[in-house]
Design a protein. Structure first.
Length: 462
């Protein structure tokens, strides 16, 4: 029986009941109208085959010949894995195809439900199949060395602060500590190829490119290899016929893989795979730890790549573990951050938070901030950097440098010889290393890191 005929019969059955009653005329008109309602048109798209790691967008379509579609909803009917769609209430949601850990075909079936303004619901389904052209062995958590992200060890996420610390901070710091700021994942492997699936969330920074807000820089035995952005690698080794999310031709033999995470983006999830025959082992972490605290410059604005901030460069050159506690616009000497630096128990601390506070704020906070660290870490070496040259801040920076020198002199006069003022890291002659008259570009970061490494190396930092 057609929908139209059944609807008309329902009206005939209901009308006698309404005779002699207080009739809701509006509802009666709705019932009569629904009898003539035309079925909405829905199409979930064509079945298709995709590759592991692909970003897939479902191509749903819907229309109502005599009204409007008021509700759209996708649901997964079947599949090897549970898929998380970007938005189940739009016609074209997307998802990342999970890694194919075995050389086998996987199918996922999705149903599109649409409802018109008369409550009539219709559905259509589509099947997405992954190719079985290659299987991958997913690297386990125990095989990965994750550095620069203390939140990973305690909470399992890619954050710079544990939840128990972050929850007590200002809201600005809570948001910024989720930026991975050049944190690193490393491992050893003899696999000839490498695959990454990562979901990163970029900060809205108009003066930064996607390489530092979304990019994951990959190094092989200390040499830059490629950058992974938004589901694919961008360099010459990327195997584009495989979905562009793998690097091939790495060669046989054991090699160190280092993956530097975005400076100004968050990592929601990341999977790394090697060939099924590939072996993996966790590398040994450097013995000593250096912590950097400061502003957007410390965090990495505006390097060209996630591996090019000066904290990353310094740590690499001196073979140190590092934690970057640079907070864009919010390096203001918060005492809670000083307390957490003590908890990290670093061997070395570099403070360059002069860029964010006013002169008075810096004058009023620096001595107390340093004092907290010195009291908790009497044997650790603390380095307060000079300001970096900026043509619009010459007088203010001169005043802040005097504050820094005064704090260091006072502490050293009291017998605290493990505190240092580091001068001349970035001067007027280096102005071509600025991107906007204030923040450093990659040249600027190289200049600062080279000068800082020379200073640290000169007093035996290793």
């Amino acid at each position: 029986m057609s929908i139209k005929i059944w609807g008309f019969l329902k009206i005939l059955l209901i009308i006698p009941v309404l005779i002699g009653c207080d009739v809701d005329k509006e509802r009666l008109r709705e019932l009569i109208s629904s009898a003539d309602n035309k079925t909405p048109l829905v199409n979930a798209g064509k079945d298709r085959t995709v590759n592991y790691g692909d970003v897939v967008t479902l191509q749903g379509q819907a229309a109502d010949p005599d009204g409007e579609i008021i509700d759209v909803e996708w649901e997964q009917e079947s599949g090897y894995d549970q898929i998380s769609l970007s938005d189940v209430h739009i016609l074209t949601p997307s998802f990342v195809v999970p890694m194919n850990e075995k050389a086998e075909v996987k199918s996922y079936r999705f149903k599109l439900n649409v409802t018109d303004n008369n409550g009539l619901r219709v559905t259509d389904s589509v099947t997405v199949t992954t190719d079985s052209n290659k299987g991958w062995s997913l690297i386990s958590r125990e095989q990965l060395l994750v550095t620069g992200l203390p939140g990973y060890d305690e909470d399992g996420d890619y954050s710079r602060l544990p939840d128990r610390v972050s929850s007590k901070l200002r809201s600005e710091l809570q948001a910024l500590e989720m930026n991975t700021a050049g944190g690193m994942i490393s491992f050893m492997t003899d696999s000839n190829s490498l695959m990454i699936n990562a979901v990163s969330e970029a900060s809205d920074r108009p003066h930064m490119n996607e390489f530092i807000t979304l990019g994951l820089d990959v190094y092989v035995d200390g040499i830059y290899e490629d950058t992974f952005i938004d589901g694919k690698f961008r360099g010459k080794r990327a195997s584009y016929n495989q979905g562009a999310n793998e690097i091939v031709g790495l060669g046989d033999g054991w090699k160190l893989i280092e993956v530097y995470l975005p400076l100004y983006g968050n990592i929601a999830s990341i999977d790394i795979g090697v060939e099924e025959s590939g072996r993996v082992k966790r590398p040994k972490a450097p013995e000593n730890l250096i912590v950097f605290y400061g502003s957007s410059i410390t965090q990495g604005c505006c390097a060209s790549n996630s591996s090019q901030s000066f904290p990353v460069l310094v740590a690499k050159k001196l073979n140190l573990r590092h934690v970057n506690l640079g907070f864009s616009g919010n390096g203001l000497g918060d005492k809670e951050i000083a307390d957490y630096i003590v908890e990290l128990s670093p061997d070395y601390v570099v403070l360059d938070y002069w860029a964010n506070p006013t002169f008075r704020q810096y004058e009023n906070t620096l001595a107390e901030f340093v004092g907290i660290i010195k009291q908790g870490l009497p044997d650790s070496m603390i380095f307060i950097t000079s300001t970096f040259y900026s043509p619009s801040r010459e007088i203010e920076n001169l005043l802040k440098d005097k504050v820094s020198v005064s704090v260091v002199d006072q502490l050293r006069g009291n017998g605290n010889n493990n505190i240092y003022y580091v001068p001349d890291l970035f001067g007027e002659k280096d102005i071509s290393g600025l991107v906007d008259g204030l923040h450093l570009n990659s040249l600027g970061f190289k200049i600062v890191s080279t000068n800082l490494v020379d200073y640290l190396d000169g007093i035996g930092v290793r």
